[in-house]
Design a binder for this molecule. Structure first.
Ligand code: FNR
Length: 384
């Protein structure tokens, strides 16, 4: 049995245990995947300054994100089809996040529904909204998230149109998977996954199936979703969504300083510097490179979060030093989930926490809240 000590170990195990179609869905970016790779590569260019003989007792990584207490500045990112990485994936990840004391964000495109996850999630249960053409459906989703007690709405703005991922097209990605001969052969080599799936009834988009009239099977569902992402989405929509929701609003997918300023004007509580994990505009700069200019422009007025390429606690600390109040992890928790279910997500959070805590101490800090740019070696980090 392999000893799991880092996020890469979880990735390797997930690749063994999750059917190829769903593993590839998680571990891929759009087109040449250059932005996907840059998200993590750019973290490695930033160097930390070690300090010694500083009292390192009584350390804490606790802080807040949009006013909510978090055990460390890390939230679980919204990811579609999470219940296909592992049976009941969204429920298991929400439980792990709750036990650890970090927020869990449920995607519009989840397998388990808002109501099913709400039964297991903690106070940091957030809902991510995609804007669909069917505005009545969006209104119902917002109301359902409110009724389920979600503490923040994460509104994704960078998916009006879809970036192309070659592997998904080649694999014929669908939920549940079509039982073609190659899929049957591949799934036969993943018995844990298959047994879990046989034991659960949750195999389709739980927030959609049964909530839109006429959408009740795989055929009608794929037809409906393919047409639903709204290329006409604009800042006026942000305004009515904010009004309808009435609670904390976080805008996701901001890359540009001008859009960051518009986010402030929209009255949002926070924005997430994100390129959707390199899954949308290939050729865009990495999130960590985009972060400092956005923090400089709007950091005093709105909370700035980021995601993309976080694979270690060192990365979390670097993002924090460059002004991110918190970060989100997508693939790291998916790898944990695919590798070992709830225990794997817990392991992922434990790994990141330990790395964050020790790295913070090496840099001469005992509280994550006091960390700033001075822990970074000048000349090695992107400037605002
Ligand atoms: C995503 N992401 C995403 N974002 C969103 O707003 N709604 C969604 O449904 C999804 N779905 C999704 C599926 C998968 C498999 C991945 C990997 C990502 C983007 C996600 O929230 C986040 O921005 C990135 O995953 C962050 O990058 P890392 O941590 O994966 O490098």
């Amino acid at each position: 049995m392999t000893v799991i000590t880092n996020i890469e170990d979880l990735r390797v195990l997930a690749q063994k245990r999750v059917p190829r179609m769903f593993y590839d869905y998680a571990d891929s970016g759009s087109w040449t995947e250059s932005t996907y790779r840059a998200n993590n590569d750019d973290f490695q260019k930033i160097k930390l300054r070690q300090r010694v003989a500083v009292n390192m007792e009584n350390r804490s990584t606790a802080t807040t994100m949009v006013g909510e207490k978090v055990a460390m500045p890390v939230a679980i990112a919204p990811t579609g089809l999470t219940g296909m990485q592992h049976a009941d994936g969204e429920i298991l990840a929400a439980r792990a996040a709750r036990a650890f004391g970090v927020p869990f964000t449920l995607s519009t495109m989840s397998i388990c529904s808002i109501e099913e996850v709400a039964e297991h999630a903690g106070p940091g249960f957030w809902f991510q909204l995609y804007v669909m053409k069917d505005r009545a459906f969006i209104e119902r989703l917002i109301d359902r998230a409110k009724a389920a007690g979600c503490g923040a709405l994460v509104l994704t703005l960078d998916l009006q149109i879809l970036g192309q991922r070659h592997k998904d097209l080649k694999n014929g990605l669908s939920a549940p998977p079509k039982l073609t001969l190659p899929n049957i052969i591949n799934i036969a080599t993943k018995p844990r996954w298959a047994l879990g799936m046989l034991a659960t009834k949750r195999r389709q988009f739980g927030n959609i199936v049964g909530h839109v009239s006429g959408v009740d099977n795989m055929g009608s569902l794929s037809e409906w979703t393919a047409k639903q992402f709204d290329p006409g989405l604009n800042w006026g929509d942000v305004e009515w969504i904010k009004k309808r929701w009435g609670g904390k609003l976080i805008l996701k997918g901001i890359q540009d300083v001008e859009d960051a300023k518009l986010s402030v004007q929209s009255g949002a509580d926070a924005l997430i510097v994100s390129n959707h994990g390199g899954r949308q505009l290939d050729g865009a700069q990495s999130s960590i490179e985009a972060l400092p200019a956005i923090v400089d422009a709007v950091g005093g007025q709105i909370e700035v979060h980021m995601d993309g390429g976080i694979r270690s606690g060192q990365d979390v600390l670097k993002a924090r030093a460059l002004g991110a109040q918190g970060v989100y992890i997508g693939r790291p928790f998916l790898y944990g989930l695919g590798a070992m279910g709830e225990a794997g997500v817990t392991k992922c959070l434990q790994i990141l926490h330990k790395e964050l805590d020790l790295t913070m101490a090496f840099c001469g800090h005992t509280q994550v809240d006091t960390v700033d740019k001075s822990i970074l070696l000048p000349g090695t980090f992107p400037k605002g």
